[in-house]
Ligand binder design. Structure first.
Ligand code: F6P
Length: 326
């Protein structure tokens, strides 16, 4: 019986548990013995590799996070630890590995594959949605829904006071989460790295809106800009608006996986296992232009991700100060 393992690396996402469930069930269906690697690449090095059974995945579909835990491993960047990790897999006869993670995790895997020949398929998983070559990364939809609920709740309190709320959204240097959230929550302002904006240019327009009755603001800012406090001060000083900063933080990574993420988890894992069964030994399963397709790690991990131009156009049209409706 072929042996196949799965691990989660980097920031966890809602959707990893549904992926683990599908992994165990589909591995059995393909007559393979499934294994879990606990704690990401750290667990590969420390030999936290255990057979997985149906009971391990019973009832986990509804839970965010990952039952087998994740980690950001510094040691896996060193060849001596990668050699240890490979030896641990060999001892157990495991020849195939599915990795849920981001591009950093895939870069590590490429080296690992080159050095050891262990077959590998990566599943893009990060709420940041910042992996080149795929339009969708596992966990993004759940994160967007968590953010939507948080902004809707903040709007309740914002609308009860005369206040500006500056809401900081995760995503590292990628503005995807912030931009989609701003568009879909009806925010007045959205600041992301990809669309440079001088907030002073909003002054005249916002003053006009205030004169016409606007009595609260929702401003979405991407964490990569590190300017939430500056924006709050601007509302206070330039517009005379009491303001509050709300950093949503790690709630964005948790929560009951959405229907879409459950479905994507199912399909990503199915494609990953099919690839490994048919000898596609070193690839990432991507989702672009509404189709699943395999890409090389080089294609995915060695190029920077760029936000979709059509989405950026929407963002510019909605949030550029020059388009602000007085
Ligand atoms: O990459 C996912 C992410 O949640 C980013 O949006 C965020 O900047 C980072 O991870 C936070 O990392 P940590 O959980 O290590 O603080």
């Amino acid at each position: 019986m072929d042996k196949i393992a799965i691990l989660c690396s980097g920031g966890d996402v809602s959707g990893m548990n549904p992926a683990l469930k599908r992994f165990v069930e589909y591995a059995y269906a393909k007559n393979m013995q499934p294994f879990f690697v606990y704690n990401g690449y750290e667990g590969l090095i420390d030999d936290k590799i255990h057979e997985a059974h149906y009971e391990d995945v019973a009832g986990i579909m509804t839970r965010g996070g990952t039952k087998i835990r994740s980690a950001r491993s510094e040691r896996f960047k060193e060849s001596k630890y990668r050699a240890l990790a490979a030896e641990n897999l060999r001892q157990k006869g495991i020849t195939k590995l599915v990795v849920l993670g981001g591009d950093g995790s895939f870069r590590g895997m490429e080296r690992f594959h080159d050095e050891t020949g262990i077959a590998f398929c990566g599943i893009p998983s990060t709420i940041d949605n910042d992996i080149n070559g795929t339009d969708y990364c596992l966990g993004v939809d759940t994160a967007l829904n968590v953010i939507k609920n948080a902004i809707d709740s903040i709007r309740d309190t914002a609308s009860s006071f005369r206040r500006a709320f500056i809401i900081e959204i995760m995503g590292r240097n990628c503005g995807y989460l912030a931009l989609v959230s701003a568009i879909t929550s009806g925010a007045e302002m959205c600041l992301i790295p990809e669309i440079p904006i001088d907030i002073h240019e909003y002054k005249e327009c916002f003053e006009s809106q205030i004169r016409k009755g606007r009595d609260y603001f929702i401003a979405i800012v991407s964490e990569g800009l590190k300017n939430a406090d500056d924006v709050a001060q601007w509302f206070e000083k330039d517009l005379g608006f009491e303001s509050r900063v709300s950093v949503l933080g790690h709630i964005q990574r948790g929560g009951n996986p959405s229907v879409f993420d459950r479905l994507m988890a199912y399909q990503f894992v199915t494609h990953a296992i099919d690839a490994l069964v048919t000898g596609n030994n070193n690839s990432i399963i991507c989702y672009s232009k509404s189709h699943f397709n395999f890409k090389s790690i080089t294609e995915v991990a060695l190029h920077a991700y760029h936000l979709d131009e059509a989405l950026l156009t929407l963002g510019r049209e909605q949030f550029a100060p020059s388009h602000c409706q007085m």
